[in-house]
Design a protein around this ligand. Structure first.
Ligand SMILES: NC(=O)c1ccc[n+]([C@@H]2O[C@H](COP(=O)([O-])OP(=O)(O)OC[C@H]3O[C@@H](n4cnc5c(N)ncnc54)[C@H](OP(=O)(O)O)[C@@H]3O)[C@@H](O)[C@H]2O)c1
Length: 256
């Protein structure tokens, strides 16, 4: 296994955790970032069981000081950085007409500014390694809906931010792409459906079953399926791919 190093944010659960486990096959050293240390320790144990080394940074990425802390610890533990996967996200899923300024700010602080600050803090090390960055957006960037308007709006901003970084990356040798998952069954998706169901006179189980049908797909995606796309984007096979916005969604959006 190579001594290459990847940072995965949101590694305590869901898509981030699945990505960390998948990357443990290709990267010898992984930095796992999220707030919940106990959950990160579980991910680290699974990563280590696959033969990679894991370093945990438990911090709140919405805080402005966290980015420099993550990069300082990465370089001190492993001495290099080859890939940054910005996956952490917890944008409030609240109706456009009910969402407060504070809730908008909280969504932006983590998903947009947390990822932006971390990418800037990582840039010098990525330039040295000619590395890769992946941002996580979502299909809602393409069709924002009023009941969870901030999710779509911030996801659209993430796609634009990734393109701006990829523009600089062309001269600096850093490859930057964004991934747009469709409905993936994670804790975030489950809790959304549990809140949505009673508002529509349904049980959570009925809502779980109905949602894919309404989205026009056969089933939910699994975090491990998105992890495969993440792993491809930071692999040598994707080296000439940059500035791209890649959907993986079971056919929810049909386009080239
Ligand atoms: N699931 C889907 O259907 C879907 C669809 C489209 C896009 N996405 C995007 O995919 C990404 C992962 O989603 P998921 O479904 O896997 O969600 P999840 O299971 O809720 O995981 C979210 C991750 O973000 C971390 N996180 C949350 N707040 C944080 C903070 N302030 N600082 C640091 N880490 C924080 C969480 O860890 P801690 O709680 O330990 O901090 C957790 O590891 C998100 O950006 C989401 O918007 C998901």
């Amino acid at each position: 296994m190579s001594a290459a190093t990847a940072i995965v944010t949101g590694a305590s659960q869901g898509i981030g955790q699945a990505t960390a486990l998948r990357l443990a096959r290709d990267f010898g050293q992984l930095v796992l970032v999220a707030r919940n240390r106990e959950h990160l320790e579980r991910t680290a144990a699974a990563v280590q069981a696959q033969g990679a080394t894991a370093h945990i940074v438990d911090c709140d990425l919405a805080e402005s000081t966290s980015a420099s802390q993550v990069i300082a610890q990465t370089l001190s533990a492993f001495g290099r950085l080859d890939a940054l996967l910005n996956i952490a996200g917890a944008v409030p899923q609240i109706d456009l007409f009910e969402m407060t300024d504070e809730q908008w700010d909280a969504g932006l602080a983590l998903k947009l500014h947390g990822a932006r600050r971390l990418t800037i803090a990582a840039w010098d090390a990525l330039r040295q390694s000619q590395g890769a960055v992946v941002f996580t957006s979502g299909n809602s960037a393409l069709f924002p809906k009023a009941p969870y308007a901030a999710v779509g709006t911030i996801n659209a901003a993430i796609v634009a931010l990734a393109k701006a970084f990829s523009d600089r990356g062309i001269t600096d040798g850093v490859q930057v792409n964004s991934v747009l998952p469709g409905p993936v069954m994670t804790g975030r998706r489950r809790s959304y459906l549990e809140r949505w169901a009673p508002l529509h006179d349904m049980t959570a189980a009925e809502a779980m079953e109905r949602f894919p049908r309404e989205a026009g797909i056969a089933r939910y995606g699994q975090p491990e399926e998105i992890a495969e796309l993440m792993a491809f984007l930071v692999s040598p096979a994707a080296r000439w791919m940059t500035g791209a916005m890649l959907r993986m969604d079971g056919g929810e959006v049909k386009s080239v």
